[in-house]
Ligand binder design. Structure first.
Ligand code: SFD
Ligand code: AMP
Length: 628
């Protein structure tokens, strides 16, 4: 039994507070440590888990998806900016994308210096998976990057297994964060001059495909629950691209990645009748011009062409692994070499999954799948919020002074519209395709800027004790509610007064799935559906104050789900506001089924007033940093 009375309150005062311990936060830690030493700034990092294996890179990765090769003249900055803008159907903050792209190669070189094995060819050059992607032996990727971050900051400045719930404010400024330990009965108050939000994106907002015995299995890591979006919204920050969810096509049920198959192995993806949907459905692309004609085809359109076949009854879809492997092996003229190549390819195929999605390898083993003999099913997964991949949701942040249009720059780069609050990785929006390396780079950029903010704004924040007490009572309430009411029925999981977090999550997921275009609705929604979904979400919000927790773990689950609900609301409001369909394959607005560049080639931004709770929807211009 644990109640709020058992909790000690610990106040930590620091200058720069880094929230999260993932790719962006680790990059931030390394960079901040450097500038902090020069400027006498104290840096503190808080992660809900153990940094060694926290966040999206927990299991490792098999590729570094952003490497520009600027110095070698492989690509120009503009090449990358064009790629990202096109992939996002014309909607991207070019200044942010370019800022990350001009620094990302140096981050990759740091990874290598820290010990990450990057594949090399016989001449010693990096082995590319595709134009921007490098192959790695990445099982220990996160451990290596976390080690560098820990060495830079020192363990005394790192709090692991502390779950951050929300911000504390000093007027309109961010003054730090509150949260609790998930191991000990401690309520934490972190007071800071600058706060860098890097707590990833969100999963399990929508009902996942994996239910019942597979519940919890998803592509995106289950422990990223929308903490960044909640934190930023609660601080009153303007958010962007909240409608731009990401739906990856993945090996079905195990969520194995497809990148290596498409780009490295040059595999075909076909429907059940051997039809190559990306070729056969090409005519559809005319409807989505100019973006339907760009190369490579935007990720959402690749999804869409596959979905068309599913809706036409031509499913399942397959990755033709057997064909791709046999074709590469057969390109060796010498039969002995061909046999050797086949073995090599088999090993690479398994390693691709063992490096980053172990469950897919287990599923292959469990279904007697030999990739060199048998195709594997692929499918669109449920929607996720991951601004660092091919989605774009996150906070609206200031761009770099030297290249950002003046409308996009308000002093400190990577600072949100809330003074003192910086964002990076999945937490910052409209700068997609940063992936692991770009997120780490953006963390570095944000940390440098935030240290400068601390130096130029040296006054300690003023934090009202009443605000902290109110937050403490609110955050710990689920424990007290459980203790008071648990005896009402014989089963403590079911109660007329309270709701357990798992039930709450199911309710949220059902609303999102059925009304906001989840898997069951074939990713389709409309104004009327969204309106009804919002009505149901309002009831859910009302009930959220009656969440109950039996222990610390459930207390975390309660707040994770409240955070998901806020992410969900921002999404529904934004999908509703944008009266067009821009990203078929991510979601389809059946009532406005076309692209409308004339009215909607804009960013959809939103914010929620921390005092009144009123939401505001905002259109912002898409401005280019290039003249042509
Ligand atoms: O190919 C709290 N990504 C890939 N990137 C690549 O470069 N190569 C790949 O091979 C990639 N693949 C991939 C990728 C993602 C996923 C989920 C899979 C496969 C299965 C993308 C990158 O992983 C991604 O872009 C970055 O990791 C984003 O970095 P960041 O820092 O924004 O998020 P994070 O690393 O998940 O870290 C989040 C941290 O926040 C903590 N946290 N801490 C305190 N309080 C709270 N309330 C918190 N909530 C969360 C987390 O513990 C974590 O430390 S491929 O398939 O696409
Ligand atoms: P994924 O495994 O799907 O996350 O892909 C890894 C990387 O390859 C990302 O940068 C994707 O955008 C890219 N990618 C995946 N499939 C394709 C494809 N068919 N064409 C072009 N790029 C792709």
């Amino acid at each position: 039994m644990v109640t709020s009375a058992d909790f000690e309150t610990k106040v930590i005062e620091t200058d720069l507070l880094i929230l999260g311990g993932g790719m962006a936060a680790c990059g931030a830690a390394v960079e901040a440590a450097h500038w902090a030493k020069k400027n006498g700034v104290k840096v503190t990092l808080v992660d809900k888990a153990a940094m060694d294996r926290s966040g999206a890179v927990a299991m490792g990765l098999s590729a570094i998806n952003q490497y520009v090769g600027l110095k070698d003249g492989q690509n120009t900055l503009k090449d990358y900016v064009d790629y990202v803008r096109n992939d996002l159907m014309g909607i991207a903050r070019e200044d942010l994308v370019a800022d990350i792209a001009r620094h990302v190669d140096s981050t990759v070189h740091l990874f290598e210096k820290w010990g990450l094995p990057i594949w090399k060819d016989e001449e010693g050059n990096y082995v590319h998976e595709g134009r921007w992607q490098l192959m790695i032996n990445g099982e220990s990727y996160k451990v290596i990057v976390a080690e560098a971050a820990k060495n830079a900051l020192g363990l005394d400045n790192i709090y692991e297994r502390v779950f951050i719930v929300g911000p504390i404010l000093d007027g309109d400024k961010c003054a730090g964060a509150v949260g609790f330990s998930v191991r000990d009965n401690i309520f934490y108050v972190f007071k800071a001059k600058a706060t860098l939000v890097a707590m990833g994106g969100a999963v399990h907002v929508f009902k996942p495909r994996s239910t019942g015995e597979g519940l919890g299995r998803a592509w995106y890591p289950p422990w990223n629950s929308g903490s960044s979006a909640y934190f930023a919204l609660k601080a009153g920050a303007e958010m962007t691209c909240q409608e731009v969810r990401f739906i990856p096509i993945r090996f079905k049920d195990g969520y194995g990645p497809v990148g290596a198959w498409f780009l490295l192995f040059k595999s075909r993806a076909t429907n059940a009748f051997d039809g190559e949907y990306m070729q056969e459905n090409r005519g559809e692309l005319e409807k989505w011009v100019p973006y339907g004609k760009v190369k490579p085809m935007p990720a959402n359109l690749r999804n869409w062409l596959g979905m068309m076949d599913i809706m036409a009854g031509k499913g399942p879809l397959y990755m033709r692994t057997e064909e791709a492997i046999q074709k590469i092996a057969a390109s060796e003229e010498d039969p002995k070499q061909a046999k050797k190549k086949l073995k090599e390819l088999e090993a690479e195929a398994w390693e691709d999954f063992l490096d980053m999605t172990i469950s897919q390898a287990i599923l292959w083993a469990g279904t007697n799948t030999q990739p060199e003999e048998k195709s594997s099913e692929i499918a669109a997964s449920e929607p996720y919020f991951i601004g660092s991949h091919s989605g774009a949701s996150g906070a609206w942040v200031s761009g770099p002074a030297d290249i950002a249009p003046k409308e996009y720059n308000w002093g400190y780069s990577q600072m949100s519209t809330v003074p003192g609050m910086f964002c990076a990785g999945d937490a910052s929006g409209a700068s997609s395709h940063k992936f692991s390396s770009g997120s780490c780079t953006e963390g570095r950029l944000a940390a440098k800027s935030a240290v400068r903010y601390c130096v130029e704004n040296p006054d300690a924040p003023k934090v009202d004790d009443a605000q902290v007490e109110k937050l403490r009572a609110e955050i710990l309430k689920p424990l007290d509610l459980f203790e008071q009411e648990k005896g009402k029925l014989s089963d403590p999981d079911i109660n007329p007064v309270y709701m357990k977090p798992k039930m709450f999550m199911f309710r949220l997921q059902k609303i999102m799935d059925e009304y906001a275009g989840g898997v069951s609705a074939q990713f389709t929604t409309s104004e009327k559906l969204l309106e009804k979904g919002m009505e149901l979400m309002d009831f859910l919000k009302e009930d959220s104050v009656n969440l109950a927790a039996e222990n610390l773990h459930e207390l975390m689950r309660c707040w994770e789900n409240v955070q998901r609900m806020w992410q969900a609301e921002a999404h529904v409001r934004s999908v509703r506001f944008r009266e067009e369909t821009r990203w078929p394959g991510y979601y389809f607005r059946a009532d406005v089924p076309q692209l409308d560049d004339e009215n909607w080639k804009v960013f959809v931004n939103c914010k929620c007033d921390p005092a009144s709770g009123e939401w505001e929807m905002i259109k912002r211009d898409v401005l280019s940093i290039y003249d042509d």
